[in-house]
Design a protein around this ligand. Structure first.
Ligand SMILES: Cc1cc2nc3c(=O)[nH]c(=O)nc-3n(C[C@H](O)[C@H](O)[C@H](O)COP(=O)(O)OP(=O)(O)OC[C@H]3O[C@@H](n4cnc5c(N)ncnc54)[C@H](O)[C@@H]3O)c2cc1C
Length: 615
């Protein structure tokens, strides 16, 4: 599962490239037939008449979210707790993104009313939907795709009674454009196939390095950039263009700023030893038709106490009593301080770096280092309205494709289920160094540059785009790196990350706990909404343990859920009452100040791959 269409496409290409010669020949033949059909003016996919029906019927209905039966109980429990959530003491959660909200909802389910503080005036953080801008449609400004194996997020959607649309079922061709040339998928697959043998050999040597446990070989690949890795194996220009574009889109960083381990472990997220590039990543992905941030608001509505908005954390220190004191800037030169038995910080480290973490907290060097050096990717999302889905009706294209041009790096259709006579939306996603090539503040300049590029690949873009009465393109841009509450898009593992930082992000330091997508392991769902939600559940389990109010832990067979401390991580629900498995809670530091080696818990990602009967 990836966050971008470009990565999903690369995943499919890699999968095909890794299959046997016979399959490759079949794929080549299928592509040729498709191309001939298209050249003859035919549609290469399902008949367009049933396009929307196909989506709404097979795509959405298959997993249509139903109203959750647990909601009334959740509300009743919330009402009982409402009184407790005021004033000092107890657990504080800072940040009301998906991590903070899932943590607070889970605590509420266990009878603990956490106080939630948020700098902004809304919940959701980097999960934010745009409504009322494009007639009848909802676009995503941040987190967009929810993978088929993102059980926590899908569980929330289901229990909140939200509707899901499946993006990947959309029929139609994709485009690939590099060095000014348009390529067929067959050409791209061919080029990737030559590269898979090298990847397979390197994967045989590589473990799953973390700052606690790594070999010399792991370190060698970790400090090697993806750029150097491609050079080492003599990747051709098409493959280099393809991989750099897909990785810039996926991680928001150039291939010179990403660890080769990230690439190798992404192409084989599956730890069962079988070589299956991207095989662990289904490209089935979903979107909440009402907007993904309905999950955030749904969780907020079920909290026992209102979120304290407009509270920007500026300082954290420890009192002699062992309690943690938080100081917030509440605007207009005012500040407030509160004290708590334990605190969960969910701010991205890029933002936490600007918060005074007082020496009384006695943060160990490895924690300070993780906070100081964890890297964030940079992304820019441009969303443009069209009067119709002309890419499909005129070109048999599903609206997605990618290229090496900054203004056309990665493109897909957003909220296709709600497209119709009133229009359709394309999202242009740009990440990494290319973000610098965009015009920054001028949305119109970016929108026009995007349309001009799109016109060369899918003619009709300039005519079909929607304009207002002043002649401005109907477009919205979201620049996450300029947002002081995120200072980037999501985690991007830089060279050296795996063997010096990985897994230190989420470890608690006494009663100071950490959650957020960045604290989810790379081998789990770091950088994803699912990772944020799971990290919140894990932090809730830690807070419950430290408050000594945890229910009897459930120890699973095989001991896979057993935390390295010898205690089992409690089985927790997704905050609305439905049990999900959390990864084993990261451990606090050992006596030496260095964390003890990681236990081998079932990774959320692997867990997701098991059939229900295997769980
Ligand atoms: C452009 C983009 C595309 C993405 N695409 C996908 C995708 O397709 N699929 C996917 O699964 N994920 C995607 N993601 C990632 C996903 O959105 C995030 O991983 C997830 O939303 C992070 O949640 P969080 O709770 O960890 O952090 P956040 O959402 O950042 O929550 C942190 C909260 O802390 C608040 N805060 C910040 N500073 C302070 C302070 N000083 N004091 C108090 N509060 C503060 C913030 O306002 C915010 O509400 C995308 C993200 C971006 C930006």
């Amino acid at each position: 599962m990836s966050r971008t269409e470009s990565m999903a496409q690369l995943a499919r290409i890699a999968d095909t490239a890794a299959c046997g010669a016979e399959d490759l020949a079949r794929h080549r033949e299928a592509c040729t037939t498709d191309a001939q059909t298209a050249a003859a003016g035919g549609d290469t996919q399902a008949p367009s008449a049933s396009r929307r029906q196909f989506l709404l019927g097979a795509g959405a209905a298959g997993i249509a979210a139903s109203a959750g039966t647990l909601l009334p109980a959740g509300l009743a429990a919330a009402a009982r707790l409402r009184k407790q959530a005021t004033g000092n003491g107890g657990v504080a959660v800072v940040g009301a993104g998906l991590a903070g909200l899932s943590c607070a909802a889970e605590l509420a389910r266990h009878g603990i009313a956490a106080k939630v503080f948020e700098a902004d005036w809304r919940v959701g953080g980097r999960c934010r939907s745009l409504r009322g801008f494009f007639h009848g449609q909802v676009a995503e400004l941040g987190g967009e795709f929810i993978g088929a194996s993102h059980h926590t997020m899908l569980g929330y959607a289901r229990e909140l009674g939200l509707t899901l649309e499946e993006s990947a079922v959309f029929p139609g061709e994709r485009f690939y454009r590099f060095d000014g040339q348009r390529y067929t998928e067959a050409q791209v697959v061919e080029e990737f196939a030559a590269f898979t043998a090298s990847i397979r050999e390197d994967l045989a040597l590589l473990r799953h390095p973390t700052a606690d446990a790594y070999s010399e070989t792991d370190q060698f690949f970790d400090f090697m950039s993806l750029d150097d890795y491609l050079t080492l194996h003599g990747a051709g220009s098409l493959l280099r263009g393809l991989i750099s574009t897909a990785y810039a889109g996926e991680y928001g960083a150039g291939i010179d700023a990403l660890s080769a381990v990230g690439f190798l472990r992404f192409v084989q997220g599956d730890r069962r030893g079988k070589f299956a590039p991207f095989g662990a990543f289904t490209d089935r992905h979903f979107h909440v038709v009402e907007g993904n941030d309905r999950i955030a608001t749904g969780l907020m509505e079920r909290l026992p106490a209102p979120v304290a908005f407009g509270h920007r954390l500026v300082e954290v220190r420890k009192r002699g009593s062992g309690r943690i004191r938080l100081t917030f800037d509440t605007g207009g030169g005012r500040s407030v301080s509160t004290e708590h038995d334990s605190v969960v910080l969910t701010l991205p480290f890029s933002v936490l770096r600007g918060v005074e973490l007082h020496r009384s907290l006695e943060l160990p060097a490895w924690k300070r280092d993780a906070i100081a050096r964890s890297a964030m990717g940079h992304h820019d999302k441009l969303i443009v309205g069209f009067s119709s889905d002309y890419w499909h009706t005129l070109h048999g294209c599903n609206g997605s494709g990618f290229s090496d041009r900054a203004h056309l790096q990665s493109v897909w259709e957003t909220n296709p289920a709600a497209a119709g006579a009133h229009g359709a939306i394309l999202s242009r996603y740009c990440g990494g160094p290319a973000v610098g090539a965009l015009s920054g503040h001028d949305v119109q300049a970016d929108a026009r540059a995007f349309l001009a590029e799109l016109e060369t690949v899918l003619p009709g873009a300039l005519r079909e785009a929607k304009y207002n009465t002043r002649g401005d393109v109907w477009a919205h841009a979201e620049r996450w790196s300029r947002n002081p509450l995120s200072r980037g898009s999501y985690s991007a593992p830089q060279p050296g990350y795996f063997t010096t930082i990985a897994h230190n992000e989420g470890k608690a330091v006494g009663n100071l706990l950490f959650a957020g997508e960045h604290t989810s392991s790379f081998y789990e769902w770091q950088g994803f909404m699912e990772g944020a939600a799971l990290s919140g559940l894990r932090a809730a389990a830690e807070a419950l343990q430290s408050a000594n109010t945890a229910p009897q832990p459930v120890i699973r067979t095989g001991g896979n859920q057993r935390a390295a401390t010898g205690t089992a991580a409690p089985a927790v629900a997704n905050g609305l009452g439905r049990a999900v498995r959390t990864p084993a809670a990261p451990r606090a530091s050992g006596p030496s100040g260095r964390p003890a080696p990681a236990g081998r818990g079932v990774r959320a990602r692997e867990f997701a791959q098991l059939g229900d009967d295997q769980r």
